[in-house]
Design a protein around this ligand. Structure first.
Ligand SMILES: C[S@@+](CC[C@H](N)C(=O)[O-])C[C@H]1O[C@@H](n2cnc3c(N)ncnc32)[C@H](O)[C@@H]1O
Length: 230
């Protein structure tokens, strides 16, 4: 399994989390705006129970919950420091009453019947050795039939030269957002260690997990997002 370094020593303070991460990820504001608009378009206006896979940090719960008081959230994440950060950021907000974050893998979550799921910048940590298919299948199995999943992941470029160019643009983009050069270069280099797959392979895995009607909804450098239905 690819190592995911979400070690407390390297995490920003809970109060800085959103601002710090936004400097690195191209189009991060747009990702959340598009995910929210997608769910608003598909979900009925009543209450909805939303599964957040990779909920560490708490960002999607805070953003999606802010203006949708009838949405409740169950988050899962395998990193205890990231779960703790999510809990700290959610505590004391109106979301505290309708969000729970579990420190667990998705296949161990004893809950199902979700109206929707999100999986943002998380599935790309799961290696394509059967684990990524198992991970996506575990999400599928917890959704109501026809329920939407919004998934956003790093993807491979079309060949090594394109991947390398995207990496250099990624670094420059972060520097222009105020990230120190070393930190930007390290972040771009770390992307090599993430278990990204090609766009075609990600879509194949989504279909193999049972998802249908896969619609691309976002692309920013090496980050791509889809809407898919259980
Ligand atoms: C880059 S962070 C993104 C967090 C959040 N979705 C966001 O966009 O702010 C990736 C998260 O995925 C979690 N993660 C990695 N592998 C996971 C897995 N197999 N199951 C659940 N969470 C996982 C990490 O612990 C981390 O919190």
């Amino acid at each position: 399994m690819a190592e995911t370094k979400f070690d407390e020593r390297h995490l920003p303070d809970a109060s800085d989390y959103a601002a710090v991460v936004e400097r690195f990820i191209p189009g991060r504001q747009a990702i959340f705006a598009i995910v929210e608009a997608s769910l608003l378009e598909i979900l009925t206006e009543g209450p909805a129970k939303i599964l957040v896979v990779g909920a560490g940090g708490g960002e999607e719960i805070l953003r999606l919950g802010a203006e949708n008081p009838l949405w409740s959230f169950v988050g899962v994440d395998t990193s205890e420091p990231m779960v703790e950060m999510a809990r700290r950021r959610i505590a004391g907000t109106p979301l505290a009453a309708r969000a729970t974050v579990h420190s667990t893998a998705i296949d161990k979550l004893e809950d199902n019947g979700f109206d929707a799921a999100t999986c943002i910048l998380t599935a790309h940590f799961v290696p394509d050795d059967g684990s990524k298919l198992g991970f996506l299948s575990a999400i599928h199995g917890r959704l109501k039939p026809g329920a939407p999943l919004t998934i956003v992941d790093g993807v491979e470029g079309n060949g090594e030269a394109q991947t390398e160019l995207l990496r250099r643009i990624w670094t420059r983009h972060a520097i222009r957002n105020g990230v120190a050069k070393d930190a930007a270069e390290t972040n771009a280099r770390n992307f090599k260690n993430v278990a990204v797959v090609s766009v075609e392979r990600e879509e194949e895995l989504l279909r193999a997990a049972g998802f249908t009607d896969i619609v691309p909804i976002f692309r920013g450098l090496a980050i791509k997002g889809w809407l898919a239905f259980a």
